[in-house]
Design a protein around this ligand. Sequence first.
Ligand SMILES: [Cu+2]
Ligand SMILES: [Zn+2]
Length: 196
Amino acid sequence: MNVKKVIYLCASLCFLASASIGLQAQKCEMPALKEQLHKKKHCRKGQDVQRAICVLYPTEGHQTKGVIKFTRTKKGVLVNVHISGLTPGKHGFHIHEFGDASSSDGTAAGGHFNPDGHEHGAPCGSKRHAGDLGNVEANQEGIAKMELLVKDLKLNGSHSIIGRSIIVHIHEDDLSSQPTGNAGARVACGVIGIAK
Ligand SMILES: [Cu+2]
Ligand SMILES: [Zn+2]
């Protein structure tokens, strides 16, 4: 083997080695790029929630159930309420802080959703808990059906209600007593999730 051949062999080996390193690097970059594209596509979608839904299940000893739908509009969030199994009359209706429906009495959902540290109030008031939705009113059949537009309800951002819960109470919310409106026990609870 002469010197020329040795140099040629070395050069070819070096070329092959660097090519394979390059290939490996490319392989590593591929999943990262894919992940970035995936994030771009899906996280952006996640940041722009248009609709939400909450299925209410009865707490222990009660029969109240229902479905609450939230739809973002230009004027605010439209809240569509359909609840059954209530006693006739008004019942406190709030968004509570935690999306935790694990306790049989609904208390794991915590207090009213209150990201701004305000006092409890009426749904139309400007200084109130963000979760204060007032009352639902059941007819003689125990059914409450209504639609309300809540200007400052958010499905996105720091005040988003996604992952919080809805609680229906046994009594009427008087819209003034602190900190809960004196609405009593929790008869139904459900977690608010992103809807299609
Ligand atoms: Cu409540
Ligand atoms: Zn409140």
